[in-house]
Design a protein around this ligand. Structure first.
Ligand code: PLP
Length: 377
């Protein structure tokens, strides 16, 4: 196998030097490098415009994780002794659990729905520990948006603030901007592995001007109109350099989305030809950063995973076996989590990218088919 044959599960391509140089020259001329400079303001404006929303709707941060922390502090504040828990799904990336901890909450894991992979908002209204919860975080797993109206009802009915980890849901918001809420902040990630990226970066999407003012304040040490720290904050500011990358990426994002759509179509075609077993989960239900294969059982998944690895085709368990299965969260509270356990053992991240060659998709499907055919009936 040559190096060229290796297929990466994710091989991001951000704007090159040519594409960002004009923005960088502007930074050189202004000598304004961070603290909400003009490029950050322009990026927020252009993202809000892309969503068809007023400027305040988008506020940038240094990462998706910091967006989540700032959104939690702006909406729920630090944990209080009488409500120490945050109810969060176990089916998510590590950042969800770490962010609630940074804000002083103790994570308590709840399972997700087998169909939409999100927490069941109606069930959480009746959760035995809701009276000890100061925060609920709902996740948009792989960019699949939760039922926002049901989450608003949960928040209204219980008084417990709800924040949405929508890290991978930027495209979902572009397609369905009506899901943007005035009541619930959503945290986005602009990490290089996400479809829209600033290298590292993130954003809070929230149609609440006062809430977004708090987000800005919290992301800048709790300062507001002076250098006095007025509330629990942090440094979560996006720099002008990261904004430059985002602006250059936005300049060509429509073409990027068309490229992703073409690769998604290849996946659909290849599946029809080669892979009747199992189930593929693809964009546009998911973010274009992901193609997932759901095996009928864990044994089938291990066979396929091994065969792909031997063929030089990289795969990934993006959320591992769930947060509850990871060392740091081993002591966290939880009920049984059968759906997370099953998804953890049966969902496999396949290679995805805007420039994934058709030949690679076809070779991957052939390797998968071969591995499945080798399983005794
Ligand atoms: C990517 C991701 C994050 C973290 O975002 P960063 O920008 O890497 O900090 C958090 N939650 C989920 C669900 C993610 O997919």
């Amino acid at each position: 196998m040559t190096a060229q044959d290796f297929v990466y599960v994710c091989r991001p391509q951000l704007p090159d030097a040519e594409a960002i140089v004009a923005y960088i020259r502007g930074i050189d001329a202004r000598r304004h490098y961070t603290n909400r400079g003009p490029l950050v303001a322009l990026l927020e404006q252009r993202l809000a415009a892309a969503l068809g929303r007023p400027d305040h709707t988008v506020r940038s941060t240094a990462s998706g994780t910091s967006a989540l922390e700032v959104a939690i502090l702006a909406h729920a504040g630090l944990a209080r002794p009488e409500r120490p828990l945050a109810l969060i799904p176990s089916f998510t990336f590590a950042a969800t659990g770490l962010a609630v901890e940074r804000c002083g909450y103790r994570a308590h894991f709840v399972d997700v729905d087998p169909e939409d992979w999100c927490v069941d908002a109606a069930a959480l209204t009746q959760h035995p520990l809701i009276g000890q919860a100061g925060l609920v975080v709902s996740v948009a797993p792989y960019g699949v948006l939760p039922d926002m109206a049901a989450l608003e009802t949960l928040q209204d009915a219980t008084g417990v603030p709800v924040v949405v980890d929508a890290a991978a849901a930027f495209e979902a918001l572009l397609d369905r901007p009506e899901t943007i809420s005035a009541k619930l902040p959503m945290a986005l990630s602009f990490h290089a592995t996400k479809t829209f990226s600033t290298g590292e970066g993130g954003g809070i999407v929230w149609d609440d001007p006062a809430g977004q003012d708090r987000s800005v304040q919290i992301a800048n040490f709790g300062f507001f109109r002076s250098r006095e720290c007025k509330l629990a904050g942090t440094n979560a500011k996006m720099s002008e350099y990261h904004a430059a990358i985002g602006l250059a990426m936005l300049d060509t994002f429509p073409a990027r989305r068309r490229d992703y759509a073409a690769v998604t179509a290849q996946y659909h075609a290849a599946q029809a030809a080669f892979l009747p077993q199992g189930r593929l989960h693809l964009p546009p239900r998911l973010s274009s950063a992901y193609a997932l294969w759901e095996a009928a059982d864990p044994h089938m998944l291990m066979r396929v995973e091994t065969a792909l690895s031997e063929a030089g085709i990289e795969t990934r368990h993006w959320y591992e076996a769930g947060l509850q299965a990871q060392l740091h969260f081993a002591g966290a509270g939880r009920a049984p989590l059968p759906v997370t356990d099953r998804l953890g053992a049966q969902l496999l991240g396949l290679p995805m990218g805007h420039d994934l060659p058709l030949a690679d998709t076809e070779r991957m499907m052939q390797v998968m088919q071969g591995a499945l055919d080798a399983i005794p009936a």
